[in-house]
Design a protein around this ligand. Structure first.
Ligand SMILES: *Cc1c(COP(=O)(O)O)cnc(C)c1O
Length: 340
């Protein structure tokens, strides 16, 4: 039996929640990571001239630990996050983090906060690694000192009242990422630029924004912090990774499950917005949302309902497969599960 904090697990949403400890370490610009250790969860001190506060030199990751059906704490494909964090660091001119160093840090913080993992099927412990430029830099330049920190927060299901198909607006006013920019890095600046579009979309009654490609607005890119998929007959299509799309771990997992377990033909290609309107199913994927159906997309003030607006059978089945692997209810034939 895993020990548990005295938390009202059923009322957990998706938000910040203080836990026991967080991981910290620092490096010079050469990637000489040192002083790695757990410290009590809490506020930190930082120079007002730090690279992260002034020039957005920062990136993050996101993953979840679950209390599985085998009564143990598990991670889902943490090696993918390890590889991606280094790619993101490289793009932001920050030192890369060796995969084994990353894994050790994740395991230390997950083990120390294991009693904050919600009970089986009540949610997960969200793990948030962040890397930023710490040293003061008045001119625009890479910082000379970096911090790698990991904090955690117990989270409930992303949608409290069960899965409800999303009502999206395909934005004609904003883009998420520029071609040849930093869209394929989990860079903090990519998310500040989406705050206003999402605020406006919510005020107009939508759940989220569907972003179109900056260099061809006929093509779709992704949804805020989730990738998008379309089912067309026996074909499952998702936009190809052209550099402005974040390569989600969930995206990759869905492609593999669809091909290997459901026998669907998978396609990574340019995805036309107008093809979504007449598709059989549309859904989005990510660590936070898992797999969430899209019920309606509004473009040019016109709402286009996807089929009957309900969650389709393929999205349901892929979601069931994915969650049952993540919770060790089903055999992990891909070797995706990593015990804490
Ligand atoms: C994190 C993220 C995703 C989803 O990635 P996962 O690894 O599946 O969680 C998709 N799009 C964006 C922009 C993201 O930041």
């Amino acid at each position: 039996m895993l020990k548990k904090q005295n938390i009202d697990w059923d009322s957990l949403g998706f938000g910040v929640y203080p836990t026991r400890s967080m991981w910290t370490s620092s490096s010079n610009s050469n990637g000489d990571w040192k002083n790695g250790k757990l410290i009590p969860y809490g506020n930190i001190e930082i120079s007002p001239a730090s690279g992260v506060l002034n020039y957005g030199q920062g990136i993050f990751e996101g993953m979840k630990a679950h209390h599985s059906a085998k009564d143990r704490g598990v991670l889902f494909r943490p090696d993918m996050n390890a590889k991606r964090i280094s790619r993101s660091c490289k793009r932001l001119c920050m030192p890369e983090i060796p995969e084994d160093y990353f894994m050790n840090a994740i395991l230390e913080v997950a083990r120390d906060n294991i009693d904050f993992i919600p009970p089986y099927s009540k949610g997960g412990l969200y793990i948030r690694p962040v890397v930023w430029g710490t040293a003061p830099t008045l001119g625009v330049a890479p910082a000379s000192e970096y911090t790698f920190m990991i904090y955690t927060a117990p989270v409930g299901p992303y949608f409290k009242d069960g899965i409800k198909p999303l009502n999206l607006i395909a934005s004609q006013s904003y883009h998420r990422a520029a071609p040849k920019g930093i869209g394929n890095a989990k860079a903090i600046g990519n998310y500040s630029s989406t705050l206003l579009p999402v605020k406006e979309a919510k005020a107009a009654g939508f759940d989220e924004v569907l972003y179109l490609k900056a260099d061809n607005e006929k093509l779709v890119e992704e949804v805020g912090s989730a990738n998008i998929f379309m089912l067309r007959g026996e074909q499952l299509v998702t936009p190809r990774l052209t550099g402005s799309i974040l390569d989600g771990v969930t995206r990759d997992s869905v492609l593999k499950l669809a091909q290997d377990k459901l026998g669907l033909e998978i396609k990574e290609e340019d995805l036309l917005l107008e093809d979504l309107f007449k598709s059989d199913e549309v859904f989005c994927t990510g660590t936070a949302v898992v797999i969430t159906p899209v019920g309606c997309i509004t473009y040019n003030n016109k709402p286009y309902k996807i089929k009957d607006g309900k969650m389709g059978p393929v999205a349901s089945e892929i979601r069931r497969l994915l969650v049952s692997i993540q919770l060790e209810e089903e055999e992990d034939t891909f070797g995706w599960i990593h015990s804490i």
